[in-house]
Design a protein around this ligand. Structure first.
Ligand code: MG
Length: 172
């Protein structure tokens, strides 16, 4: 689908976007974060591959470009996105954002969950996100945080991801 961009005529050469996502853990699904399959006995539920971190990055990138949100671009009632590779969706969003004259500069993310431990996988996760965004690995940061037993993430029922993305003008 096509989302009409809000006119971005503020003259700024850089903009920031914020993304948030949460998914429940469920059995019989792979746990995929930033396109990396992590060893865990539960996966993330969702219409696509359930990659909540990549979804947060997509929303941040769309927000920065004034290009709507992930639900508008990839509706969860559209069967063509069932089981979709979220990194592939991110690449498409990057192309869309580029067509509107913006390129990502850097990404900073937080993933909140008490389990599994993400630290051993952060390098792979950063590399996958950076590749999908056309960035160097140093332009992507992912910070794992525990929820101290509180709420959805702390009780092991799911996890939460947040991302901010800076974009700069490529033209005009
Ligand atoms: Mg999601």
């Amino acid at each position: 689908m096509t989302v009409t961009a809000r006119p971005v005529s503020d003259g700024l050469s850089a903009r920031v976007g914020l993304g948030f996502d949460s998914h429940r853990f469920g059995p019989g699904r792979p746990l995929v974060l930033a396109g990396v399959r992590l060893p865990y006995h539960l996966g993330l539920e969702g219409h696509s591959d359930g990659d909540a971190l990549t979804h947060a990055v997509i929303d941040a990138l769309l927000g920065a470009a004034g290009a709507g949100n992930i639900g508008q671009w990839f509706p969860d009632d559209d069967p063509s996105y069932r089981g979709a590779d979220s990194l592939g969706l991110l690449r498409r969003v990057r192309e869309e954002v580029a067509s509107r004259g913006w390129r990502p500069v850097n990404v900073d993310c937080v993933v909140v969950t008490d389990e599994p431990r993400l630290t051993p996988h952060l390098g792979d996760m950063r590399r996958r996100l950076a590749e999908a965004l056309g960035l160097g690995e140093g332009a992507v940061e992912i910070k794992p945080k525990t929820a101290e037993g509180l709420g959805l993430a702390g009780e092991g029922r799911g996890l939460v991801a947040l991302a901010v993305v800076l974009v700069s003008r490529t033209a005009g």
